[in-house]
Design a protein around this ligand. Structure first.
Ligand SMILES: [Zn+2]
Length: 552
């Protein structure tokens, strides 16, 4: 890198709904990592989530001075516990963000990270190498979310993180528009702004519209009430708790995520819960149904979440019954539409009284959810406030980012808007910017035990899942090189052998021919190649093949 160049590289965040957000900012001997997330909702066998392939960090590890994290959602911080132990540096964030990160390390690793909490309201500047960082409060759907301004020797970079511009959030802590405007006045080199809802016109309605809906439902419902909400949304949790207090109901929290996020928020004074209000879910049978409200996870129809298990009688303590009231305080995240619809169907079939945000008017109640992500008017307002020289839409697939780029027309020079992919870098000099060389990038799979799963294993599982497997056992005489017995064939998930005797016989004949032809030089891969061709030609399938040759 030449002496006066600023390099911004993208390891993640540029596909899906903004999965595994992660970028690297480098200038001379300093490198800062901006967010370090995992991906959510991976549909691969035995894979819990993905993180970024960070082999690039090996080349810059000596100048890595910090990880700066916009907020405590997993797609922005879930990679830290895997990556920081290998490439250690300070982790910097707001108080709630650091609380969430601290817990994620304590629960799953022995590594003790160096954590730095910054005030996001007083414009504190934290020096990191030849750069400094400032956190700026934004409204999102988790406490203490922030944009980050990184001041480099070439100018300021503002990364919005996830945000919306709600003037009346429940916690009365709206996005710090004044500071964003000030920074815009002083000059911003590069804006990285999130693109989640860049194809949706308008603005996200204010959150304050929701409180009355919860009061109305919870005050009038009879019997048990269940509310499914995002576990990290503390404003939402507070609204539901406020309504439970007014209705004289005890609150039970279910789901590990729900307990974790709430515990941190109570400790930090963000979530206000009167003493004695929360009771353990194991007490559910001992309390009058009219005095119970159960808050749980699973509003997206996630398979293992509490609400799903309650609806399928798989939950340890609670089973949903006809006449229970269930409130689903969410809309489906893109990609979750099918499971979300299935949940609604399952709940209706049980006969619960159901309130869901997408159909709230049909269900005769007020709105039950607002998104945490800015729509087009708010995205436009962000660009207008910051007025950057260069603009990179981030956090979203190409199409979402393209719509966001179109939105910037007239606000930022066309030739100054970039749409990088994961693995791309942008090099900025004093007077110009351009795509630089690609950096190594990709995906690492993580299983339920937080361990890495090799890509080849996942590939094998996909083949096994699609076409099953076939094992051939061949026993040959060391002395003669001839077959001692007829080859054994084992099939699982491929074909039913008793219904395909003809095919099995022809397969055995082929194996015998192959043994005869190769004499004593029989190799397993040679026989396997022939079998694979034969099976594909005969059945159109490609099962996982294994051949075992015994020499006796
Ligand atoms: Zn978020």
């Amino acid at each position: 890198m030449k002496k006066d160049l600023l390099k911004v590289s993208f390891l993640g965040g540029m596909d899906g709904v903004g999965d595994k957000n992660m970028a690297v900012v480098e200038y001379l001997d300093t490198a800062i990592i901006l967010d370090c997330g995992n991906s959510l909702g991976v549909d691969l066998p035995g894979v819990n989530y993905e993180i970024c392939d960070v082999s690039y960090l090996e080349t810059i590890k000596d100048k890595l001075v910090g990880y700066v994290i916009t907020h405590g959602h997993l797609d922005h911080m879930g990679g830290l516990k895997h990556i920081v132990p290998k490439y250690p540096a300070k982790i910097v964030g707001s108080r709630y963000t650091i609380g969430v990160i601290e817990k994620s390390f304590a629960e799953e690793t022995d590594f003790i990270p160096q954590l730095i909490t910054v005030n996001i309201d007083n414009h504190e500047q934290l020096r990191l190498g030849n750069m400094s960082v400032e956190f700026i409060r934004v409204t999102h759907s988790i406490p203490d979310a922030s944009a980050i301004c990184i001041t480099t020797p070439l100018g300021r970079i503002i990364a919005t993180g996830d945000f919306r511009l709600d003037p009346e959030p429940l916690d009365k802590q709206p996005t710090d528009l004044k500071r964003l405007l000030e920074l815009g006045d002083q000059g911003v080199l590069l804006l990285l702004s999130e693109s989640s809802y860049s194809e949706v016109e308008g603005r996200v309605p204010t959150e304050s519209t929701l409180q009355q809906s919860f009061y109305d439902i919870i005050n009038t419902a009879e019997g048990r009430i269940f509310v499914a909400a995002f576990s990290s949304n503390m404003n939402r949790t507070q609204m539901i708790i406020n309504a439970a207090i007014q209705a004289g109901r005890k609150v039970m929290l279910d789901g590990r995520g729900m307990m974790s996020y709430a515990e941190i928020a109570v400790r930090q004074g963000i979530l206000k819960i009167p003493k004695g209000l929360i009771v353990p879910i194991s007490q559910v049978e001992n309390i009058d149904p009219d005095k119970i409200l159960i808050m749980c996870t699973g509003g997206q129809g996630e398979e293992n979440a509490a609400l799903m298990r309650m609806s399928q009688s798989l939950h340890k303590n609670v089973r949903l019954n006809k006449g229970d009231t269930v409130v689903v305080s969410s809309t489906p995240i893109p990609g979750n539409e099918v499971s979300y619809a299935k949940l609604g169907n399952d709940l209706s079939r049980i006969g619960v009284i159901l309130f869901r945000h997408p159909t709230y008017e049909l269900d005769c109640c007020g709105p039950l959810h607002v998104s945490g992500h800015a729509k087009r008017e708010e995205l436009r307002e962000m660009i207008e406030m910051v007025r950057p020289k260069y603009f990179v839409p981030v956090h979203g697939d190409f199409l979402r980012r393209k719509y966001h780029a179109q939105l910037a027309k007239g606000l930022v020079d066309d030739s100054s808007v970039y749409l990088p992919s994961n693995g791309d870098s942008i090099i900025i000099s004093d007077d110009s910017a351009a795509f630089g060389p690609n950096i190594p990038s990709g995906t690492i799979y993580i299983n339920q035990n937080s361990a890495v799963v090799d890509k080849d294993i996942v590939d094998d599982r996909v083949i096994l899942g699609n076409d099953g497997f076939l094992t051939v056992i061949v026993t040959i005489s060391k002395a003669s090189g001839h077959l001692v017995t007829s080859p054994d064939i084992i099939s699982r998930g491929f074909i039913v052998m008793r219904d395909n005797q003809d095919l099995m016989n022809r397969l055995r004949t082929l194996i015998k021919q192959e043994v005869k032809r190769s004499k004593d030089k029989l190799a397993t891969n040679q026989i396997q190649d022939r079998l694979a061709d034969f099976i594909h030609k005969e059945t159109g399938q490609k099962p996982q093949l294994s051949t075992i040759v015994n020499r006796v």
